[in-house]
Design a protein around this ligand. Sequence first.
Ligand code: HPA
Length: 239
Amino acid sequence: MEKAIIGGTGVYDIGEACSREIETEYGSVTIDVVKTKSGEEVAFLARHGKGHSVPPHLINYRANIKALKDIGVKYIYTTCAVGSCNENFAPADVVVLKDFLDFTKTRPLTFYEGGEKGVVHVAMDAPYCPNLGRKFKEYAKTMGLNIKGDAVYACTEGPRFETASEIKMYKMLGADVVGMTNVPEVVLAKELGMCYQAIGIVTNWCTGIKGDVAGHDIKGAVESNKALISEIFMTVFTE
Ligand code: HPA
């Protein structure tokens, strides 16, 4: 299987599938196998587990990415729920991630821990795959999904939301949106030479920007976009 989709918050399946258990040295991972219109198998993985049972800082990112690598995956699309600290990106908008700022603290962040595995300093000039990003945008246009723009993603440790001062800082440093899961996922995919592109679904204004985070309809924002985004992923993968 060369293609995979990782579903973020609110995206726990993308249609009819059968499940497979993949064992890796980092732990075992359940993936769903779905089919494109042309009959090609695509792997689907729910990042937080099926019932959103794993918080961001405890997700086994290495097992997830290694499992996909082990079954032959080369191309990964993912969704992630994000808060916005950019006035141009409002709740329910969709953005394409173009770069990240890493504010995580406690997560295993590499496959290369020295010893047998060696030491690798992977380049981060293009963490997200420009090719997958371009294809997503092309199909979004013809399939009626309005993409609001490209976004810099600040990854926080979570699981708590941010303080207003933290958001002010992230914004000053160049962040457009904030989430808790894209690092180290994108980094690990890059370490294993896979093309990875994340699509952000804005679920709320970040703390201190407008209103309060708890008052937003996080589920509704994902719900209103997930079918079309998944369809675009599957259409690109059918090419
Ligand atoms: N902050 C961090 N992660 C998030 C947010 C947020 O406001 N919204 C959705 N994921």
